[in-house]
Design a protein around this ligand. Structure first.
Ligand code: GLO
Ligand code: MG
Length: 344
C-alpha cells in the first residue's frame, strides 16, 4: 500500500521495565544498540532528549557538547537515520524539583532556559529544527504554592527566549494533564495553541499530540488531531494507548481502544498528515513482563496496527456512511464501523 508515513521512536521506548514499585526487568542497553535495533526493524528516524544525544549534558562544556553532537550526527548519517526532534529533559535535575520554567526559584528558571538553549543547539547540530516541550513539572502539587497567572507569563517568557535564540527553531508543545504533576498548566492542545498566540512568533509554536495524554484529559485524540490540524500546527505525534483515567500507560497503539485508534488514523488521513515531512512517532513502552527476546515487539506491533488501520480507513465505505449520516441513522453507522473493524 502506498502511503506518505514515516516512523520514529525514541531510545526511551526500549525501556527496562522499572516502575515505582519494582526494579528493571530487562538489562540496560547502549544507545548504539538501540540505534541498531531501530534500523533493523526498518524505522526511519529517532527522537531524542537532549541527554540521549549528549549524556550527562550538565557536566559538559559547550565545546564538548558540540563535539558529541557532531559525532552523533555522523553515526546517524552512517546508519541512514534522521533525528526527528530534540526535547530538553527538564524533569531529572535537582534544579527542576519545583518546576523548570515556572520554578519559584529564579536560579532554577535560569537553569531551565540555559539548558533549553543548549537543546536547540543540539537539534540544529543534528539537522532538525524541531524542539518538543513536554512540560513535565510545570504545574502544581499544591495550588497555593504557585501563582498560575504568573506561571503563564513565565512559560511565554521562556518560549520567547528559545525563539530568540534561533531564528529557525520550531517548538511543538506536548500537552499532558497530569503525571508527574497533580495538575499541569498546559493540559490540552487548546492550551498549547492558545499560549502559542502570546509568544513573539506564534507561527513557530505548535503542538504534538500524544494519544494517551488526550485520553487522560478525558478527550478524544482524533478530535485533538483535527483541532491542531485546523491551525496547521500538528508538527509531531506520539501514538500509543491508554486504558482510562489512571497513570500514563504508553500501551501499544490500538491496544486498549481500537476504534479510537482507527479514528486517529482517519483524522491523520483527512488532514494530509505526513505530507510536509511530519513523522508518526510511537511513544510506547514494552510491558514490564516483556522478555529480552521480545523487546522490540511493541514497536513493530504498533506500526503493524497503524498500517492495518490505514488500510481500514482507506477501505471504509464513505458513500454508504454518507447515506446513513444523511438519514440520521447513526445506529447502523455504528454497526457498520464495528463490522468494518471486525472484518465481517
Ligand atoms: C511522558 C511523555 C514523554 C515525552 C518525551 C519527549 O508522558 O510522553 O515520553 O513524550 O519525554 O519529550
Ligand atoms: Mg510523549
Amino acid at each position: 500500500m502506498k502511503h506518505p508515513y514515516k516512523f520514529c521512536f525514541g531510545p526511551w521506548n526500549i525501556s527496562e521495565g522499572q516502575d515505582p514499585y519494582g526494579p528493571p526487568t530487562r538489562p540496560a542497553q547502549s544507545f548504539d544498540w538501540k540505534l541498531g535495533q531501530l534500523k533493523k526493524i526498518g524505522y526511519d528516524a529517532m527522537m531524542f532528549h537532549d541527554d540521549d544525544a549528549v549524556p550527562n549534558i550538565d557536566e559538559k562544556s559547550d565545546a564538548q557538547v558540540r563535539k558529541e553532537t557532531r559525532e552523533l550526527k555522523q553515526r546517524l548519517a552512517d546508519a541512514g537515520i534522521a533525528a526527528e526532534m530534540v526535547a530538553p529533559r527538564l524533569w531529572f535535575s535537582p534544579m527542576t524539583i519545583d518546576g523548570a520554567y515556572t520554578s519559584n526559584d529564579p536560579k532554577c528558571r535560569r537553569y531551565a532556559i540555559d539548558r533549553s538553549r543548549r537543546c536547540i543547539d543540539i537539534a540544529r547540530g543534528l539537522g532538525t529544527d524541531l524542539i518538543v516541550l513536554w512540560l513535565a513539572r510545570e504545574g502544581s502539587y499544591l495550588r497555593e504554592s504557585k501563582n498560575a497567572r504568573k506561571c503563564v507569563d513565565l512559560l511565554v517568557a521562556a518560549i520567547d527566549q528559545m525563539l530568540a535564540h534561533d531564528r529557525k527553531v520550531r517548538i511543538a508543545i506536548e500537552p499532558k494533564p497530569n503525571e508527574p504533576m497533580d495538575v499541569a498548566y498546559l493540559p490540552t492542545i487548546g492550551h498549547a495553541l492558545a499560549i502559542a498566540q502570546l509568544t513573539r512568533d506564534p507561527k513557530r509554536v505548535g503542538a504534538l499530540i500524544e494519544s494517551a495524554h488526550a485520553i487522560l484529559a478525558g478527550l478524544d485524540p482524533a478530535d485533538e488531531i483535527d483541532f491542531a490540524c485546523a491551525f496547521g500546527k500538528l508538527w509531531s505525534l506520539h501514538l500509543n494507548d491508554q486504558n482510562g483515567l489512571k497513570f500514563d500507560q504508553d500501551k501499544p497503539f490500538g491496544s486498549a481502544n481500537l476504534r479510537t485508534a482507527f479514528n486517529q488514523v482517519r483524522a491523520l488521513e483527512r488532514n494530509g498528515y505526513g505530507r510536509k515531512g511530519e513523522l508518526v512517532c510511537f511513544d510506547v513502552h514494552p510491558f514490564r513482563t516483556t522478555k529480552v527476546e521480545h523487546w522490540l515487539r511493541h514497536l513493530d506491533n504498533s506500526r503493524r496496527t497503524f498500517l492495518a488501520l490505514l488500510a481500514k480507513a482507506r477501505s471504509f465505505d464513505e458513500a454508504k456512511a454518507k447515506v446513513l449520516i444523511a438519514d440520521r441513522n447513526y445506529q447502523d453507522l455504528d454497526q457498520m464501523v464495528l463490522e468494518h473493524l471486525m472484518g465481517i
